[in-house]
Design a protein around this ligand. Structure first.
Ligand SMILES: *[C@@H]1O[C@H](CO)[C@@H](O)[C@H](O)[C@H]1NC(C)=O
Ligand SMILES: *[C@@H]1O[C@H](CO)[C@@H](O)[C@H](O)[C@H]1NC(C)=O
Ligand SMILES: *[C@@H]1O[C@H](CO)[C@@H](O)[C@H](O)[C@H]1NC(C)=O
Ligand SMILES: *[C@@H]1O[C@H](CO)[C@@H](O)[C@H](O)[C@H]1NC(C)=O
Ligand SMILES: *[C@@H]1O[C@H](CO)[C@@H](O)[C@H](O)[C@H]1NC(C)=O
Length: 543
């Protein structure tokens, strides 16, 4: 035992573990587990790359490049931040914001370009050129009204809150205003007027950030005014029969985790109930966003998307919502959602939008029962700048040894999101270091598994970002916290440094430090022997 040759022949027998599902899969798994561990340890007695642990390896030539994970860490340009109002405002960012901010600070060399845009908007980047169509951000109106059809039927989808407040600023995450009856949007002054039918209005006015994160200073505000009887209402230049939602882009978007957590999930929560019969008006518009996520957006609205800031119309709607509801980090709490939506619903909605197989279709490995050579497929997502896998070729080799077919993706490569979604769908598992790329789990099938490699020192944020969302979406989540020996921080700081000895202390000194040290300065040298038992849990889940 222990000779590479013996290990190899054992390994090929192990291919059988995948086929032993019928009968006693778990017994087979257990036997295989022990065998695999012994063999694997024997095969790599020194552990991974003992001699070249901290030498970056260029993986590009050794593994077939397929497609890019597109966007695992696209970043916003800093210009979008400076533009915002209230640069002097204090803002408490939580860990997720912090992660995005840290990523934003990273210089970008080889990832899709993000040039500063003169207007302070995040520019489109090169890998958004896929299909998906383009959002028309101009304002054709006449057709819309007729398209909304049935103008005669009274609009009934609006129930004003019992105490007739227009805006609710009580949530700690978001502000939201709901205007029922007669609402008029005036894009050029970032205002939405509410013309109450009763005379109880006292001309109240609110100014809110129309995104799910109300505390980000550089998100442009929208003013909501409730007119009182003595104030003249602005004249409608275009009338619509459908409801509308006014919301903001910008903020921390351009990091794919935030794209989903801050905008797409909240938009789903807010807009899905209208079954596409709703118009979206976007302030702080980022054309790349509509382009990249057009597949999802067009599943939420059948109408043109309006660039609110440049809209010269006074648009009149029977119902306008300003702002986006949000329940938690990449989360939906069904009890807070009148429609009982869940993250599972969200994932299935996304799958439907991309035309991926329906909910009842099993993960690819199970779906293809008749193929005796079928291996489970794992997508290995490598990051571009931080928290990279230094020994990626070795990890690929290890995963293959455990019986996987490996699809390695890295952030440098181009592909459309549509294409990438399909690639994820073809996998049974995705694996990556804690980071936005793991958000691509939304494209996995029910019963797929997320193998989450947690860099040293950030264990505390692992579950909230990806663990709970994965479980809520009906996916397996397997977490592996690396040891100091598997972190490049050990070489930088040594065993006696607080960074290694006492991450708690660093954490209590604030997010900045955690971001700077653990999120930014750290790369990973995965020890496949130590990692093995965790990988077996993932295998167990797939089988
Ligand atoms: C890898 O992990 C195994 C099991 O925990 C351990 O015995 C071995 O020393 C580790 N290898 C290295 C290089 O740290
Ligand atoms: C109106 O309703 C909101 C939420 O339902 C509540 O927070 C607020 O206190 C209510 N205001 C009044 C004046 O009752
Ligand atoms: C209507 O609003 C104006 C300005 O917002 C205010 O001066 C006026 O007193 C209000 N009138 C009533 C009847 O509330
Ligand atoms: C949401 O769930 C509750 C309780 O399970 C049920 O009474 C209600 O009808 C559901 N609402 C919708 C819109 O499905
Ligand atoms: C680390 O600390 C221990 C005891 O606190 C000490 O014996 C050892 O020499 C230190 N090692 C280094 C490299 O400073």
């Amino acid at each position: 035992m222990g000779s590479p040759k013996a290990a190899r022949s054992k390994a090929s027998q192990l291919g059988g573990i995948w086929r032993r599902r019928v009968g006693a899969p778990f017994a087979a798994l257990l036997v295989a587990a022990v065998l695999v561990l012994v063999l694997f340890t024997g095969r790599f007695p020194q552990g991974p790359d003992a001699s070249s642990r901290f030498t970056p390896v260029h993986v590009d030539d050794s593994t077939p490049r397929t497609v890019s994970s597109t966007d695992q860490d696209l970043e916003t340009s800093d210009s979008s931040k400076q533009e915002g109002e209230g640069g002097d405002q204090k803002i408490e960012l939580d860990e997720s914001s912090m992660e995005a901010m840290e990523e934003q600070k990273q210089p970008r060399e080889d990832t899709p370009e993000t040039k500063p845009a003169s207007q302070g908007t995040t520019p489109a980047n090169s890998d958004l050129d896929g299909k998906g169509g383009t959002a028309s951000t101009t304002a054709p109106d006449q057709e819309e009204s007729s398209e909304a059809g049935s103008g005669s039927a009274p609009y009934t989808k609006c129930t004003p809150p019992p105490n007739s407040t227009v805006c609710d600023l009580s949530n700690s995450r978001f502000d939201i205003c709901e205007l029922c009856g007669d609402a008029r949007t005036i894009g050029q002054s970032s205002t939405v007027m509410y013309v109450p039918h009763t005379e109880t209005s006292d001309g109240e006015e609110w100014s809110i950030r129309a995104q799910s994160r109300k505390n980000i200073p550089w998100v442009k505000k929208v003013t909501v005014k409730s007119l009182n009887t003595s104030q003249p209402a602005p004249k409608c230049t275009s009338k619509h029969a459908m409801p509308a939602i006014v919301f903001a882009l910008g903020g921390l978007t351009a990091n794919v985790w935030h794209d989903f957590s801050d905008v797409l999930v909240p938009l789903f929560l807010t807009a899905r109930q209208f079954d596409r019969d709703v118009q979206l008006l976007i302030t702080n518009n980022q054309p790349w966003f509509s382009k990249k996520y057009m597949t999802i957006l067009s599943k939420l609205t059948r109408y043109d998307i309006i660039d609110f800031d440049s809209d010269d119309q006074v648009r009149c709607y029977p119902h306008v919502i300003v702002g986006l509801r949000s329940h938690g980090d990449l989360g939906i709490y069904p009890n807070l959602s009148p429609q009982n939506y869940t993250m599972m619903d969200f994932r299935l909605f996304v799958r439907e939008a991309y035309g991926l197989p329906a909910a009842k279709v099993a993960i690819p490995y199970k779906a293809d029962r008749d193929d005796p050579d079928k291996k489970p497929r794992i997508m290995l997502i490598d990051r571009g700048k931080t928290r990279r896998f230094i020994n990626a070729p070795y990890i690929v080799q290890g995963l293959e040894w455990f019986g996987f077919e490996v699809v390695k993706v890295d952030p440098k490569m181009d592909s459309s999101l549509d294409e990438f979604a399909r690639l994820v769908d073809s996998c049974d598992a995705i694996m990556g270091a804690h980071g936005a790329g793991l958000t691509n789990m939304v494209f996995l099938r029910s019963g797929g598994v997320v193998v989450h490699i947690v860099p040293y020192g950030i264990e505390f944020m692992a579950d909230g970002f990806y663990g709970k969302p994965a479980r809520d979406m009906g996916l397996g989540h397997v977490k592996y916290g690396i040891s100091p020996e598997e972190s490049t921080l050990l070489e930088k700081y040594g065993w006696n440094h607080t960074v290694i000895k006492d991450p708690e202390t660093i954490r209590s000194s604030g997010w900045d430090k955690v971001g700077e040290v653990y999120m930014t300065k750290q790369d990973i040298v995965l020890n496949m022997t130590r990692f093995g038992p965790v990988l077996l849990k993932a295998i167990d889940f797939i089988m």
